[in-house]
Design a protein around this ligand. Structure first.
Ligand SMILES: Cc1cc2nc3c(=O)[nH]c(=O)nc-3n(C[C@H](O)[C@H](O)[C@H](O)COP(=O)(O)OP(=O)(O)OC[C@H]3O[C@@H](n4cnc5c(N)ncnc54)[C@H](O)[C@@H]3O)c2cc1C
Length: 320
């Protein structure tokens, strides 16, 4: 049963605090009355703002360690009417940064109702402005002029909406030695990524699939706790997208956070790969397949791709 319009505000546990047995939730429509819901398993899928670390402390457990990488990215989005005269040869037009020299991104996506959804983004506090003139000027400063040329002729339909996102954040539940039975955490509540790489939903879906498999197997004589097994699997799912996303952000010397071993080589290779993506469809396809978890990261180092990356062009062009 789905219970909408409830805000979970604490966990229920047994007397010894070794097992979570349910939760308390505030009912938004009933004058904030608090309901008690009992459960065999509570799964925290409440996203980046998850309260589980605090609730764990309240039950006498350690909070998970956190790894964070500061990228301070900001978004500004607006819907436009597609001009009658426009005959673009693309459905999505993207202009990406040429790290580490530029920090601005722009994407136009064709959406229903003859509209373009135009999103501008800038990292390391190069936030796109929410006013009309500033929005257009930011688009004009992208590394390639095509996006600006389309947008400046289109009619705005909505105000400009903005959003800011400070850090990649990974809560290391897999490193804990104690954790209550009857409780798990999934999705952004474990790890929230820089949204620009579009990885969060895929990672959350893979974790949900892993959880389904564990639950359908039952204990099957396994002596290790469900939380121990699940968090180890979730960490394996997170590891590669984390390495790729943070690795791309570490191309900027200003990115905050501890650089893992091998970052210098990875930065050198990634910068060349971005340039090759501009002109080489095979390299671009491999790059997106790896970023979107369809292939292992080793796919961007196989000899066929490696040689083309080394031969990549220096001039940027938009992705279509
Ligand atoms: C600007 C932006 C762009 C993105 N673009 C992409 C993209 O292109 N591709 C991609 O894969 N990912 C993208 N992501 C990431 C993606 O949105 C997340 O990875 C994904 O939504 C995580 O799902 P989740 O269910 O773990 O958390 P969420 O989607 O955050 O859902 C958590 C839910 O829990 C509810 N909740 C929170 N606290 C409580 C509480 N105490 N009680 C009850 N309910 C509660 C919230 O209201 C929310 O509905 C983007 C993220 C952002 C911010």
């Amino acid at each position: 049963m789905i219970q909408p319009r409830r805000v979970v505000n604490s966990l229920l546990s047994d007397a010894k605090q070794t097992r979570v047995t349910g939760l308390h939730a505030e009912c938004i429509d009933k004058g904030k009355t608090v309901e008690t819901l009992e459960a065999d398993l509570v799964v925290d899928a409440s996203g980046r703002g998850s309260q589980t670390p605090l609730w764990l402390e309240g039950l006498g457990y350690e909070k998970p360690a956190e790894t964070s990488v500061g990228i301070h990215i900001g978004y500004a989005s607006r819907l436009f009417e597609i001009p009658r005269s426009a005959r673009p040869d693309w459905k999505i037009l993207g202009v990406y940064t040429q790290a580490p020299t530029s920090r601005k991104y722009g994407v136009i996506q064709s959406v229903e109702g003859n509209r373009w959804l135009v999103t501008l983004a800038g990292n390391l506090r190069d936030y796109p402005p929410a006013d009309e003139a500033g929005f257009l000027e930011f688009a004009r400063q992208l590394d390639h002029p095509e996006l600006y040329e389309w947008v400046r002729r289109a009619t705005p339909l909505t105000p400009i909406a903005t959003h800011r996102f400070p850090t990649h954040l990974w809560r290391r539940y897999e490193q804990l030695s104690r954790f209550p039975e009857g409780l798990l955490v999934v999705g952004d509540a474990i790890c929230s990524f820089n949204p620009i790489y579009g990885q969060g939903m895929s990672v959350s879906a893979l974790e949900a699939q892993a959880l389904q498999e564990y639950l359908s197997q039952g204990a099957q004589g396994n002596t290790r706790s469900l939380w121990g097994r699940f968090f180890k699997t979730a960490a394996k799912i997170v590891k590669n997208p984390w390495m790729l996303g943070t690795g791309a952000d570490f191309l900027y010397p200003q990115t905050e956070g501890e650089r893992p071993l091998g970052t210098t080589f990875l930065n050198w290779y990634t910068a060349r790969m971005y340039r090759a993506c501009d002109s080489d469809p095979l390299v671009a396809t491999r790059f997106y397949e790896v970023m979107h978890l369809l292939k292992e990261p080793t796919a961007i180092f196989n000899p066929g791709v490696f040689i083309r990356v080394l031969a990549g062009r220096a001039k940027p062009s938009p992705s279509k």
